[in-house]
Design a protein around this ligand. Structure first.
Ligand SMILES: [Zn+2]
Length: 274
């Protein structure tokens, strides 16, 4: 299902499918300055391509390679569109997909990118800015003239207690503070849409993560194991942690913090691969 929401000069296309609605998920792509920002998920690709054929854009910019943001790329390439994304995002799209069944069930299976990406030069007001943490290749699109951020998955929620195994939770603090320092008047989140007060919400998230990091570090240094730290600081796993078999979990949040500490057991990225 594709729902169209108008925000003045920005059009939001909210994409959902019955499987994503079942778990309360959806993802939005945005059109601004003739540019499509993100490409949605594989199961929505045909519907998005139909929309773009009827409402042409000049090209596509991608925030990151996760399947719910880049899954529509092959169908958009079939329309002859060019794509601007980070080199790391392109590499990730060319790699084989390693995601659990729950993600394939919700979003569909991403087709591995096998073609060259035709280049796309967007309006010069739109800039791709590195914003790593959620994933190593994560970027936001910044329109300084209009004070508008297209934030991909930078925000999602203030007190987000779950993390993917390869997230850098601590690294998100500085990125959130930096984007807040731009003092955007608008921030479009791919999962939450338009934020009501972007700088405050980004800073609230940075502060909350920082508070969790301090508490987690203190317990890790006292020798607590990850599950005990999780239960004490974040609480036991919620439904998402359970149905994803731990792939999106509170335990990963703790493991990410531990892996970025020095001088404690498990302070390597290998700890996140469990
Ligand atoms: Zn993502």
């Amino acid at each position: 299902m594709l729902q169209c929401l108008e925000h003045g000069d920005v059009r939001e296309l909210r994409l959902t499918s019955w499987t994503s609605r079942l778990v309360g998920y959806g993802v939005s792509v945005f059109i601004t300055r003739d540019t499509l920002i993100d490409a949605g998920y594989p199961m929505a690709a045909a519907e998005l391509a139909r929309y773009v054929r009827a409402h042409p854009v000049a090209g596509v910019m991608l925030t990151h390679a996760h399947e719910d943001h880049s899954g529509g790329v092959p169908a958009l390439l079939d329309l002859g569109l060019g794509v601007l994304c980070a080199a790391a995002t392109e590499s990730a799209m060319r790699a084989a997909e390693h995601v659990g069944w729950y993600r394939r069930l919700i979003w569909g299976s991403r087709r591995r990118l096998e073609r060259a990406l035709p280049p796309f030069t967007p309006n010069s007001a739109l800039r791709l800015r590195a914003a790593p943490g959620h994933s190593a290749d994560h970027h936001v699109v910044w329109d300084a003239e209009r004070g508008t951020v297209f934030g991909g998955d930078l925000f999602i929620g203030v007190k987000l207690r779950i993390a993917h195994y390869d997230e850098d939770v601590r690294g998100q603090i500085a990125v959130l503070r930096e984007v807040a320092s731009w003092q955007p008047s608008r921030f479009f989140c791919a999962h939450r849409g338009l934020l009501a007060s972007p700088s405050e919400q980004l800073l609230a998230k940075a502060n909350w993560i920082e508070e969790m990091v301090v508490r987690i570090e203190a317990l890790v240094r006292r020798g607590w194991d990850d599950a005990a730290v999780r239960d004490e600081v974040l609480g036991p796993e919620d439904a998402t942690g359970r149905w994803s078999f731990g792939a999106y979990s509170r335990l990963n949040f703790v493991r990410s913090v531990r892996s970025s500490m020095s001088g404690v057991p498990g302070a390597t990225s290998e700890a996140l691969q469990a």
